[in-house]
Design a protein around this ligand. Structure first.
Ligand code: FAD
Length: 495
């Protein structure tokens, strides 16, 4: 293999090959499928409810985007989300094109007490952006991003993907923190927090959110910022989709040279202890420009390996100097760190985790990268092409906020460890889930909580995980969504 051209593939070749990529749903499609009779839906409490034909038609007429029922040519494409394990059939899908569309759809659901899911990019691991027999509010067509280069601001549609945001900002020499897979949705990602390769320098994505438009359960459109509806603005920065549908995110951008020192260094798994011990000590001294963290995977060509991803957001000469001890460590089989376009890094995982994969994930927010953690990571390694762990290194600007400054509480964590499994065959579902749980369980004692966006089973631990922010979140929930219309999320019960 060409050592300089090595490109990180996250899971095995089997996974990387030919996932059916869901096509972008942004184009205008035919108007509402006519319901000939009433259809049955499901209420927030799980009771069957009748959705009258006339009301569905009225909704279809009110929306500029289509309302899709089963049988509509785009219904099946629209109901599918990223994780192939979730095969649900909403009674209605409202593909919204504007704030007014979203307000109509929300009001329709609220008046009928109808179970409602919000779909941004569709990446929800536990599948909360789709539901059986309820309403899916599909924002995927609201993906426009407008950049005001002078003000260094990106006005981003609630259904945009991270790739749309990067693609709009980078040509202006601007950027903000965005996650590591470009087909992730800005909507769920941002309302949950937002980790990415630039978070040590610029903070989480919510730390760069300076305003938003939110459609609340009563159908109102609110402009929120630090000065306007400050409680709601606080809550959508980490509290998830509990408070309304965010139709626009206003992000602060930063000047950025997209040609960055970046890539992967890879060692055989036999050197994992050395690499992890080095990282445990080194990460406390990293500059804010340096983003790096270990991954343990079974690579299709290299076998069982430990890898470190590097992105240095600053003067490359300085970056080389800071990186030198890592490069000198052990005997890497690949050193792929070089000057390259930031977009290469931002898209390199896309194909390996394309839409349709069946996947399970958990994570652990790690307060301190101790020797005990290193020992457990070495012992717990699972050599299986379907399983991998990755890390998001925190610290730096992430820790500039206190745990109560935004709804996202885990500001003191040094590292997030992500446990990921992915496979294609439904027959492997139970095994795939079990592998992920097994790896996570082996390291859980080091965890001080979890990042809600990468967690499949957090529901019973929501109160504890939000820590000191939970009571305030409940108060805000009761003000903006007292009937808990927006409940398909890590749900915060109204106070
Ligand atoms: C392959 C992959 C890579 C990932 N990488 C990262 C990463 O690098 N960093 C990171 O921080 N996270 C990452 N995540 C986790 C990601 O942040 C969450 O899965 C997030 O929920 C995805 O948002 P979405 O809009 O695509 O999801 P969706 O499935 O569309 O929505 C998930 C939930 O978010 C809420 N929601 C979505 N859009 C809106 C909106 N506009 N207004 C209000 N609520 C909304 C709803 O409650 C919905 O149920 C990754 C996930 C995947 C699958």
């Amino acid at each position: 293999m060409d050592r300089r051209k090595f490109c990180k593939t996250t899971v095995a070749a089997g996974i990387a090959a030919s996932f059916p990529v869901l096509t972008a749903c942004g184009d205008k499609v035919p108007a509402a499928t006519e319901a000939n009779t009433s259809i049955m839906g499901i209420s927030l409490d799980g009771a069957e409810i009748e959705l009258e034909r006339a009301a569905i038609k009225e909704l279809g007429d009110a929306l500029t985007g289509p309302v899709m029922l089963s049988g509509h040519p785009d219904y099946d494409g629209a109901r599918r989300i990223w994780n192939g394990m979730h095969d649900k059939r909403p009674a209605l899908i409202a593909r919204c094109l504007s704030n007014e569309d979203v307000a109509h759809a929300v009001t329709f659901a609220h008046e009928r007490n109808l179970l409602t899911a919000i779909r941004g990019g569709g990446h929800s691991w536990p599948g909360k952006s789709v539901c059986d027999d309820g309403l899916m509010i599909d924002l995927s067509a609201m993906h426009n991003v407008e950049v005001d280069a002078a003000a260094k601001c990106a006005f981003t549609g609630g259904g945009a993907l991270l790739g749309h945001l990067d693609d709009a900002a980078l040509p202006h020499g601007l950027v903000t923190t965005a996650g590591v897979v470009s087909h992730t949705g800005v909507g769920g990602y941002t309302t949950g927090g937002g980790f990415g390769r630039l978070n040590r320098k610029y903070g989480l994505t919510i730390d760069n959110l300076i305003g938003a438009e939110v459609i609340t359960a009563d159908g109102q459109t609110l402009r929120v910022s630090a000065d306007n509806e400050p409680d709601l603005f606080w809550a959508i920065r980490g509290g998830g989709g509990n408070f309304g549908v965010v139709t626009q995110f206003d992000f602060q951008l930063h000047e950025f040279d997209r040609n960055v020192l970046s890539g992967m260094i890879v060692w055989p798994i036999a050197q994992a202890r050395d690499v992890l011990e080095f990282y445990a000590e080194w990460q406390g001294r990293l500059s804010r420009e340096m983003y790096t963290g270990p991954a343990m995977i079974t690579h299709p060509e290299l076998g069982n390996v430990i890898a470190m991803e590097v992105v240095y957001n600053g003067d490359p000469a300085q970056g080389e100097k800071e990186l030198a001890p890592l490069r000198a460590l052990g005997t890497p089989v690949v050193d792929g760190v070089m000057m390259q376009d930031y977009k290469v890094m931002q898209t390199q995982e896309d194909a390996a985790v394309a839409h349709g994969i069946r996947s399970y994930a958990k994570n652990a927010m790690i307060g301190e990268f101790t020797q005990g953690l290193v020992d457990d990571m070495v012992d717990a390694y699972i050599a299986d092409p379907r399983a991998a762990i990755f890390t998001h290194t925190c610290g730096g600007a992430v820790g500039d906020f206190s745990e109560t400054d935004t709804a996202f509480p885990h500001r003191n964590a040094q590292t997030m460890i992500v446990f990921f499994t992915g496979w294609m065959d439904p027959a492997e579902d139970e095994e795939g889930k079990a592998l992920c749980r097994q790896w996570h369980a082996a390291l859980e004692r080091h965890s001080g909580g979890y990042y809600d966006n990468i967690e499949q089973e957090g529901d019973t631990r929501v109160a504890r995980n939000f820590g000191p922010n939970y009571e305030r979140l409940r108060q805000i929930k009761s003000q903006y969504d007292p009937d808990n219309l927006f409940r398909l999320n890590s749900n915060i019960a109204p106070a």
